[in-house]
Design a protein around this ligand. Structure first.
Ligand code: ATP
Ligand code: LTN
Length: 337
């Protein structure tokens, strides 16, 4: 009989901190691309709640945001039947592996992390040890699942590179324990900039130029109305990121949500000016966000369903994570029960 060879799917893992509401940048730059991968890869996505307490959080708000983010992941197209969705704090192996990896990470390496430098400058009154060792917890998050790819934004590339260094160091002592993961960085087109400051990436820390997934249509329309275009007198819709970064940003948003190319967009708005272009972008974004917002609202009200998703997610995630953890414990010499 002919033997059927079924190829093992490659694995993918990523997380977002539930430290604020998800925005258009998170959606277009990360989650939308994750949602397209479920057929091709075995996917794990989590709420990095343990990471968020490196900065002080209101406990009730963190609890609410973690579940809200789960509802938003699903509403954005991450089907829990096809993706494993879970909360980081529900899988104790993350903290357990993190401790072991701390002992295989150098003080000098952590001192070079730019996010630590930035965040310790922003929160001078709370430069805690967790903020410093944050990348080790992130390495544990990743290595537990032996993923092939880690889809993250450019800002997280340094942390994934450190993860690779830690894994290689561990493997060189104990043999092939960890798979060495690759960062998967979205193309520049999927990098969304702030509507009021097109030089900076769209970020929840600048809420003015930031479109949140849960924003109502009138709020989205207002934010696009105030979007910076450019100060030249040309007033035409042309893709020129250096000369007209605001217009290029709006064009790339419009392109991602409608699937139209830059040439098609230029032709569509030829001779029409920004007064027509900006509301058209707003409308396309509103159309894209409407079903997501409504579905997220519906899901947030369905506590029993969300509970079943995160319970099943934690179970599936724990199964894989514990396998790696047991191997690591054995290798470093912890007495097995
Ligand atoms: P902050 O407001 O603290 O800078 P953030 O809103 O940028 O945070 P993160 O939690 O750092 O969000 O990012 C989660 C993921 O979302 C990142 O890995 C990145 O891929 C993606 N992302 C965030 N902002 C953007 C953006 N403006 N454009 C494209 N992708 C983004
Ligand atoms: N550090 C990331 C969130 C994060 C993550 C991870 C991403 C925590 N652990 C593991 C990918 C893989 C952030 O702040 N965006």
């Amino acid at each position: 009989m002919e033997e059927k060879i079924t190829e093992q799917k490659k694995r993918m893992l990523s997380g977002i901190q539930p430290s604020g509401d998800l925005h258009l940048g998170n959606y277009l730059g990360a989650i939308k691309n994750w949602a397209d991968r479920a057929l091709e890869y075995e996917c794990y996505y989590f709420m990095a709640d343990m990471h968020t307490i490196t900065v002080r959080q209101d406990p009730a708000e963190l609890r609410h945001r973690s579940i809200q983010q789960l509802a938003q992941y699903i509403a954005c197209g991450l089907d829990p039947e096809k993706n494993t969705l879970f909360l980081q704090s529900h899988v104790p192996a993350h903290a357990q592996l993190s401790w072991v990896l701390n002992c295989y990470t150098m003080y000098g390496e952590l001192s070079r992390m730019t996010q630590f430098k930035d965040k310790s400058a922003q929160h001078k009154d709370n430069i805690n040890a967790g903020l410093f060792t944050y990348p080790v917890l992130m390495a544990a998050d990743i290595l537990l699942y032996q993923p092939d790819y880690v889809p993250v934004g450019e800002d997280q590339k340094q942390h994934v590179e450190l993860t690779r260094d830690i894994a290689q160091r561990f493997n060189s002592i104990y043999g092939d324990v960890f798979k060495i993961p690759e960062p998967m960085i979205p193309k520049t087109g999927a990098r969304v900039y702030g509507l009021t400051s097109p030089g900076d990436k769209m970020s929840k820390s600048q809420p003015d130029g930031c479109v949140f997934i849960m924003d109502e249509p009138d709020v989205v329309a207002k934010k696009f109305k105030r979007a910076v275009t450019d100060s030249d007198t040309e007033h035409c819709v042309r893709f020129a990121p250096k000369e007209k970064p605001g217009v290029a940003n709006l064009m790339s948003i419009y392109s991602v949500v409608t699937g139209k190319s830059y040439d098609e967009i230029e032709a569509e708005f030829e001779g029409k000016g920004y007064g027509v272009f900006k509301p058209a972008v707003a409308e396309a974004v509103i159309d894209a966000l409407n079903p997501i917002r409504e579905e997220a609202k519906r899901l947030i009200a369905d506590k029993a369903y969300l509970e079943s998703v995160y319970e099943q997610g934690a179970q599936r995630a724990s199964y894989i994570a514990n396998k790696t953890l047991r191997k690591v414990y054995k290798k470093v010499g912890f007495y097995q029960i």
